[in-house]
Design a protein around this ligand. Structure first.
Ligand code: NAD
Length: 471
């Protein structure tokens, strides 16, 4: 039986390995992590992450051919294929701080693999890493082991949180990068055979290592660039009376442009887009390509601008102050169907409103209250200048109440801000909400989920991203 071990039981390692275990009953899959808390959760009924469909798969496979363990070294030593899916955040100190990827976790995983391995292994880069990382990994592995053969492959993950399971079941493509060898690289063939259990052959793309590593950064940069493009357009729509939904529909019907990923919003979030673009910017700068670096930087600048614009719109609309006014925040996760808040636009919007002395009542169906408080007060960086931003403290935190229901959040509120597109927000009874709010009652829709016309009929003053403003 082929044995797979995945280092890192996070948003990628967990779901990816669960699907491999489900689709490949002939493979033993063990996911290891240094975090006891995470592994305990994976072995319990309360999984550490929320993804539609994940729980059922874990329940079906756990204990059969899917295992979660903190015995990192033993399981790595036993494995034929070692996936490395550890976090690769942005460096906050030293050379490249604020842009370059922090490969500390990767390096320590690679040193450990070299240390404990007694047999040949295929080492798979599942984490998103800078192009040429495989070269560094190879050096670490070969210089720290005694004649063991390691074949390094790049197999970046393209799943999106919230749809991870369906993305893994039915991927647009699986990308495998490996060194070109005269025998057609046996390691590539072995990994291909794993995915071939359920992925059609024409969707498994093979490339050289550097193309695979760079493709992941390129894919995220292109996706984020699309959001920033439509968001930049949304600002112009508000200034001119055009409607961004109509513009997006009109341009999206052009088959060269396509209709997906054209929803204007308060901005993109998640752990990957900003981090991976900054990584790309750094690589461009190191390659003496300043104009290419500037191009990608602009994608993040527009995203920051969109969040600032939103906060400014809220404050300006509410007669230039939100001081001591109650603002209901609906949604905190960076997108619907996930409890992940990493780089969620809600963090910056809430911080902006707290600096203006607003009183926030926050509701999100999946994010734990302590996580929201931690996010709001954690140190934030200005990535462009690489300086820490003003920290928020206990005084500001006193202005935050976390509630368990959208209606509860809106009682007595002066305004409602929708910051995540959870489906339940589309079907809220806005008449009921309006009746219990302060007047004039404002709705600031950062996700374009509400029916603006209906809400205006009820009596709300509505701001929706990229839509014509109230007269
Ligand atoms: P995560 O932070 O959720 O999980 C990483 C896990 O690795 C953590 O649980 C951590 O404890 C563990 N870890 C770190 N060092 C370790 C070590 N030496 N030994 C054992 N465990 C260790 O991160 P994630 O969101 O799963 O992302 C992982 C990688 O995948 C990143 O490079 C990310 O950019 C990339 N990626 C993420 C997504 C996504 O949607 N989250 C999508 C595609 C790619």
């Amino acid at each position: 039986m082929v044995k797979i071990c995945c280092i890192g039981a996070g948003y990628v390692g967990g779901p990816t390995m669960a699907v491999i275990a489900l689709k490949c009953p002939d493979i033993k899959v063990t996911v290891v992590d240094i975090s006891t808390q995470r592994i305990t959760a994976w072995n319990s009924d309360q999984l550490p992450i929320y993804e539609p469909g994940l729980e059922e798969i874990v329940k079906q496979c756990r204990g059969n051919n899917l295992f979660f363990s903190t015995e990192v070294e033993k399981n790595v030593a036993d494995a034929d294929i070692v996936f490395v899916s550890v976090n690769t955040p942005t460096k906050t100190q030293g050379l490249g701080a604020g842009k370059a990827a922090d490969l500390t976790y990767w390096e320590s995983a690679a040193r450990m693999i070299a240390d404990v391995s007694k047999s040949a292994k295929i080492v798979v880069e599942k984490s998103t890493v800078p192009v040429k990382t495989a070269e560094a990994i190879e050096k670490i592995l070969t210089h720290n082991s005694k004649g063991i053969n390691f074949e390094i492959l790049s197999n970046p993950e393209f799943l999106a949180e919230g749809t991870a399971i369906s993305d893994l079941f039915n991927p647009d493509r699986v990308l495998i990068g490996g060194r070109e060898t005269p025998d057609g690289n046996k390691a590539v063939q072995t990994l291909k055979a794993v995915y071939a259990h359920w992925v059609p052959e024409d969707r498994i793309i093979c490339s050289n290592l550097w193309s695979a590593e760079l493709s992941k950064l390129a894919a995220n940069a292109f996706l984020a660039q699309r959001i920033s493009s439509v968001n930049a357009m949304s600002a112009l729509c508000e200034a001119t009376g055009a409607d961004v939904t109509q513009v997006a529909h009109a341009i999206g019907t052009d088959s060269r442009i396509g209709s997906k990923f054209l929803n204007a919003s308060v901005g993109f979030g998640g752990s990957c887009f900003q981090k991976d673009i900054l990584n790309l910017v750094y690589i461009c700068e190191c390659s003496a390509l300043p104009e290419a670096a500037n191009y990608w930087k602009q994608v993040i600048k527009v995203n920051d601008y969109q969040k600032t614009r939103f906060v400014n719109r809220v404050v300006a609309s509410m007669f230039n102050t939100v001081a001591n006014k109650k603002v209901a925040i609906l949604g905190f996760a960076f997108k619907k169907d996930t409890g992940d808040t990493r780089e969620a636009p809600a963090i910056d919007v809430c911080r902006g409103l707290l600096v203006e002395k607003g009183q926030l009542r926050i509701y999100d169906p999946q994010v734990p209250p302590e996580q929201m408080r931690k996010d709001i007060t954690m140190v934030r960086f200005d990535w462009d200048r690489n300086v820490a931003l003003r920290s928020l403290g206990d005084d500001e935190l006193k202005q935050v109440t976390v509630v368990h229901d959208a209606y509860e959040a809106t009682i007595d509120a002066h305004a409602v801000c929708i910051l995540t597109e959870w489906d339940e927000f589309k079907s809220l009874d806005f008449k009921k909400i309006y009746d219990k709010m302060q007047k004039p009652a404002f709705v600031f829709d950062g996700r374009n989920v509400v029916d603006v016309g209906k809400l205006r009929e009820i009596g709300f003053i509505v701001y929706s991203i990229g839509k014509p403003l109230d007269a």
